[in-house]
Design a binder for this molecule. Structure first.
Ligand code: GAF
Length: 395
């Protein structure tokens, strides 16, 4: 059964009806530009072929019910109860299971965003059945996929008429305030705006976005999921974000986007070694994103390998968000002939990517699997990905 069919079947089981429609949104792989999004910087992600499907139907009693193939029980509230549930820190309502906070958070944030427009809409109760083939906890943003599918469905059914960047911002608000993960906007923008065969160059300050063709003929992008799970609502991610904010304050700028590579000697004088290395990662990573976009245009994808490798080293040594499994994946892939490799996503677990000649995929995969076994790590999950389309109405 396809994932779309699984969402439709779950909807029928839940309601005894046919859904009014099915909407889907992809996960994302970030080619380069890590932790730069919440520093108002640059990122270059693309949407995965893996998608989350939401089969949705209107109901007339003002209630919202969400079910998913990865949870035992549906969760149901009155729509007007949502403001009492979120934001998490202030909510005094009943606890919401984390998976349900994504779609319910989107329903809450979409109503708020729409109310601010003053335009007419048709906000009514809904049943939502979710199914997904985006790997969870692998750093491929299964959460943005749920948010994108739900936001697209509700925007159409409620006739709220918001554009894709606005829907991405609603997804981010759900993630930040309903789930409590202090993430940036990259994943939601990639999930909403992704295009086949292209990465999305995004300025996270202005939200200007344009597609950068990857020209992958003869090349493959291999994802190496370490199967070490991570969560951005906890410790490390939040702590890195706080260090960046502190670094920007010390430098007297609104965000680290405003610090250039030429400013780094001054930064080194103003802060301790750890704070400086956190700043240096962001500043050099922003520059690497710009260099990658230029290199892709001028020389093609085969020429970006060194930038990917430099990005990984910066995350390992300066930002300190890699783990031994990710370093092993990157090292083994490069030793086996990958043109470039780096961890992707927020870190502390999740996946690495390797840029590989098509004919070398098997050899690189075997080498990575062997290196994991030799280090006593659980076997990684390896698969290739091609950049795919963003959120849309499927049926
Ligand atoms: C996670 C976050 F959700 C993104 O906003 C981004 O910060 C990323 O980690 C790191 O680049 O995916």
């Amino acid at each position: 059964m396809t994932t779309l069919d699984a969402a439709t079947a779950l909807f029928r089981e839940l309601t005894g009806r046919t859904p009014d429609g099915v909407w889907s949104a992809p996960g994302r792989v970030n080619l380069i530009g890590e932790h730069t999004d919440y520093n108002d910087g640059f990122v270059l992600p693309f949407a995965t072929p893996h998608r989350t499907y939401a089969a949705v139907g209107i109901r007339d009693d003002g209630r919202i019910r969400v079910a998913s193939t990865f949870a035992d029980e549906p969760v149901e509230f009155a729509l007007d109860e949502l403001p009492r549930l979120f934001p998490t820190a202030a909510g005094d309502g009943p606890a919401v299971p984390e998976w349900a906070a994504y779609p319910l958070g989107v329903a809450w944030a979409l109503q708020l965003a729409h109310a601010a427009t003053g335009e007419p809409a048709d906000i009514r109760g809904v049943d939502i059945a979710i199914s997904s083939d985006v790997p969870v906890g692998a750093g491929l943003s299964s959460s943005a996929a749920i948010e994108g599918a739900t936001a697209s469905a509700l925007n159409d059914l409620w006739r709220t008429g918001l554009d894709r960047p606005a829907l991405a911002s609603i997804g981010r608000r759900a993630e930040n305030e309903a789930v409590g993960a202090p993430t940036g906007i990259m994943d939601q923008m990639a999930s909403m705006l992704g295009e086949s065969d292209a990465a999305l160059f995004l300025d996270c300050r202005t939200l200007d976005a344009h597609a950068v063709p990857l020209g992958m003929t003869g090349l493959s992008l291999l994802v190496i999921d370490t199967r070490v799970s991570h969560a951005h609502s906890t410790g490390g991610y939040r702590e890195r974000r706080a260090s960046c904010e502190k670094g920007a304050a010390i430098m007297g700028v609104p965000a680290l986007r405003d610090v250039s590579v030429d400013d780094l000697p001054r930064a080194r004088e103003l802060m301790d070694d750890v704070a400086f290395r956190r700043v240096r990662h962001i500043v050099t990573e922003n520059q690497r994103v710009l260099d990658t976009v230029r290199t892709l245009r001028v020389s093609g994808a085969r020429a970006i390998g060194d930038l990917l490798v430099a990005s990984h080293a910066s995350m390992r040594d300066d930002f300190e968000i890699s783990i031994p499994e990710l370093d092993t994946a990157v090292g083994a892939a490069l030793d086996a002939g990958a043109l470039g490799a780096r961890m992707t996503g927020g870190g502390f677990g999740g996946a690495a990517i390797a840029l590989v000649e098509e004919g070398d995929v098997q050899a690189v995969s075997d080498a990575v699997t062997a290196a994991f076994a030799a280090s006593g790590f659980a076997a990684p999950h390896l698969f290739t990905v091609t950049p795919s389309a963003g959120a849309h109405h499927d049926a």
